[in-house]
Design a protein around this ligand. Structure first.
Ligand SMILES: C[S@@+](CC[C@H](N)C(=O)[O-])C[C@H]1O[C@@H](n2cnc3c(N)ncnc32)[C@H](O)[C@@H]1O
Length: 301
């Protein structure tokens, strides 16, 4: 049985309940942690405070019989949290309907996976990382801990849909805000070269949101390019051109044409900087990523 508390509420004739509820939500004064109830004729809606005169006159336009008073409301049962079920909040990432955890202990991994599946009904699979992002293709090694036996999913971001295989190509939702930041620099008619495109989250976002001339999306990983091509179709963008191979050679043919070059290959982008400079138009922009200590951002190794 939930707790009952006496608190401020709005009493309104039942048939005027829905428009009153909507106006209280609109004003931000409906209390979401208490339950609305009815005694047959009237509906009682909990509010977080006494509505001011202006709000009250708007509410009274719906029904003159409204009475603000103190009523007994049942409190909503709070959904359980990680803290309640596990005693702490684990680190995890969600890509589409897959959650990825990073926990060495098998038993603990299964416990975390159970709780994730319970708290996120949209998650169908929990993967555990067995080796972090690494190798030339920047892929992480994963295994299924709980749920459906798969590593592929569809991830939605900024109105785009990406088919992703966590075990086959790099993808992280953590760069979502960064992708929007880069997007903000791109203008209509621009030529963009995405040198390390992965499954296409920069390229496709740009092509979908800006009327660019074209986006050249290059990646060396055949699996990433397979998904990139799928994503071009999935998002119905017809000006993204996927190229499989090393950006060092494949980008050369676009010498002097790019308004923007995206170099999302931290740690080794430096090796391709000459190529990037070569393909960038005068006045163009290179979006360069590296990982350096905060107190020495422009460090050269
Ligand atoms: C850090 S991931 C970034 C992928 C994508 N930009 C994203 O945000 O999801 C780097 C990508 O560069 C690709 N890559 C590594 N070396 C490359 C090269 N020489 N030429 C082209 N792609 C390369 C990897 O396969 C990987 O997909």
């Amino acid at each position: 049985m939930s707790d009952v508390v006496k608190q401020k509420g709005v009493k309104v004739i039942r048939k005027k309940g829905e428009p009153t509820r909507r106006i209280l939500i609109d004003k931000g004064i409906l209390n979401p942690s208490a339950k609305i109830f009815s005694d047959g004729c009237f509906l009682y809606l909990p509010v977080v405070r006494q509505p001011d005169d202006c709000e009250l006159s708007e509410i009274k336009q719906i029904s003159d019989d409204i009475i603000v008073g103190d009523y007994e409301f049942e409190l909503m049962e709070k959904p359980p949290t990680f803290d309640d079920l596990l005693g702490y909040v684990p680190h995890y990432e969600m890509v589409g309907d897959i959650a990825i955890i990073d926990e060495d202990d098998e038993f603990e991994s299964r416990k975390i996976a159970d709780v994730i599946l319970k708290l996120h009904p949209n998650i169908k699979t929990v993967l555990g990382t067995t080796a972090p992002v690494g190798g030339e293709y920047r892929v992480r090694k994963v295994k299924v801990i709980k749920g459906e036996n798969r590593t592929e999913t569809i991830h939605k971001e900024h109105g785009c849909r990406y088919a992703v295989d966590i075990a086959g190509a790099y993808f992280t939702p953590r760069l979502s805000t960064e992708r929007e930041r880069v997007l903000s620099f791109i203008g209509s008619g621009d030529v963009v070269v995405d040198m390390f495109a992965g499954v296409g989250p920069y390229s496709i976002l740009i092509a979908k949101k800006v009327d660019v001339k074209k986006v050249i999306a290059i990646d060396k990983n055949p699996s990433a390019v397979r998904f990139l091509r799928k994503n071009i179709e999935l998002n119905s963008v017809n000006n993204v051109f996927a190229i499989e191979g090393s950006a060092g050679t494949k980008a050369q043919e676009f010498a002097g044409t790019a308004d923007h070059v995206i170099m999302n290959l931290p740690h080794s982008a430096e090796e391709y900087l000459d190529t990037a400079v070569k393909i960038t138009k005068t006045g163009g922009m290179i979006h360069y990523y590296d990982i350096n200590p905060e107190d020495d951002l422009f460090k050269t190794s």
